[in-house]
Design a binder for this molecule. Structure first.
Ligand code: DQA
Length: 148
């Protein structure tokens, strides 16, 4: 199974960015955890992080034939990027939307996610880096009871 792991704006700064909200782990730490877990499922992972909406969309287009599933933390694009939503809908493969923090317990403007209502999208939030692992397991069908 081929899984594309996408991270949006500001997630390159994990570890130093608002650690009280996002923790002290870096994005590379998350990649390492995922690589380790993926070996159990014989999953192949590709990673991409960008601070630019269009680059994330381009990556989804580029990898659409290769990938069987997507793990994406879209960062702030979660709350306003209709273009990214359209790309996820166009690609049509299963995606788990991951958020380190629990959006329901934060500012009002973070409560809405543009991916809501897409049939190929499930969501995991508020579990920190562990959420990425749960997303991988969910895609690998090892655990169907985690996401909403
Ligand atoms: C985030 C939550 C978003 O609201 C925020 O803009 C992020 C990170 C999370 O992982 O909790 O950049 O997606």
């Amino acid at each position: 199974m081929n899984i594309l792991v996408l991270n949006g704006p500001n997630l390159n700064l994990l570890g130093e960015r608002e650690p009280e909200i996002y923790g002290r782990g870096t994005l590379e730490d998350i990649y390492d955890m995922l690589r380790q877990e993926a070996s159990k499922f014989k999953a192949e992972l590709r990673f991409f992080q960008s601070n630019h909406e269009g680059d994330l969309i381009d990556k989804l287009h580029e990898e659409r034939k290769w990938l069987d599933g997507i793990i994406m933390n879209p960062g702030a694009l979660t709350h306003y990027s209709i273009a990214l939503r359209d790309a996820v809908s166009a690609v049509g493969k299963p995606m788990v939307e991951v958020h380190l923090s629990d959006l329901t317990k934060r500012e009002e403007f973070r409560r809405h996610t543009v991916f809501e209502g897409l049939e190929n999208v499930r969501r995991i939030m508020g579990r920190g880096p562990q959420g990425y692992l749960s997303a991988l397991r969910l895609l690998a069908d090892a655990d169907t009871s985690i996401a909403e």
